[in-house]
Design a protein around this ligand. Structure first.
Ligand code: SF4
Ligand code: SF4
Length: 142
């Protein structure tokens, strides 16, 4: 079905109304805070190692191969995932694949970094920690 376009008068009225509106529609990000992510936004992951079994389901589900399994003495299989956000496409398939609720995407979206190594999610120490602070640099990993 063809969408009906609004009449020119309506468009003009809307444009004038927006032009004289007192409230700003934009903010000077990142100098002004206040962006609230949309519900369902897929940002940085949280990984709870205590729940992870090292089953590799997340690694197999990842289309761009952004998840690498590395040795760990904290999981049953002796492996745990490391997520490279620099390669991640935020599809959420790893979250769907994890049967143990050990891994999920949060609404944390401020992920820019100068060093690609800072884009690696290593682990999350406690479920009560602030969201997405599992993002750690290589130095912190060792
Ligand atoms: S959200 Fe990222 S890490 Fe997870 S499956 Fe998709 S691309 Fe891979
Ligand atoms: S995060 Fe989930 S899917 Fe990935 S290895 Fe751990 S338990 Fe398996």
């Amino acid at each position: 079905m063809k969408r009906k376009l609004p009449r020119p008068g309506v468009i003009l009225f809307e444009a004038l109304r927006n032009a004289f509106k007192k409230k700003k529609s934009t903010i000077i990000y990142p100098f002004e805070a206040g962006i609230k992510p949309e519900t369902g936004l897929r940002g940085a992951h949280t990984l709870i190692l205590e729940r992870c079994t090292g089953c590799r389901a997340c690694e197999r589900a990842c289309p761009p191969l952004a998840i690498e399994m590395v040795p760990s003495d904290q999981t049953k299989t002796g492996k745990r995932p490391v997520i490279n956000l620099g390669e991640c496409i935020f599809c959420g398939l790893c979250e769907e694949a994890c049967r143990y609720d050990a891994l999920w995407l949060t609404d944390h979206y401020e992920l820019s970094a100068f060093d690609p190594k800072e884009m690696i999610i290593y682990q999350k120490e406690s479920p009560l920690d602030k969201k997405a602070d599992g993002v750690k640099s290589e130095e912190e990993k060792s």
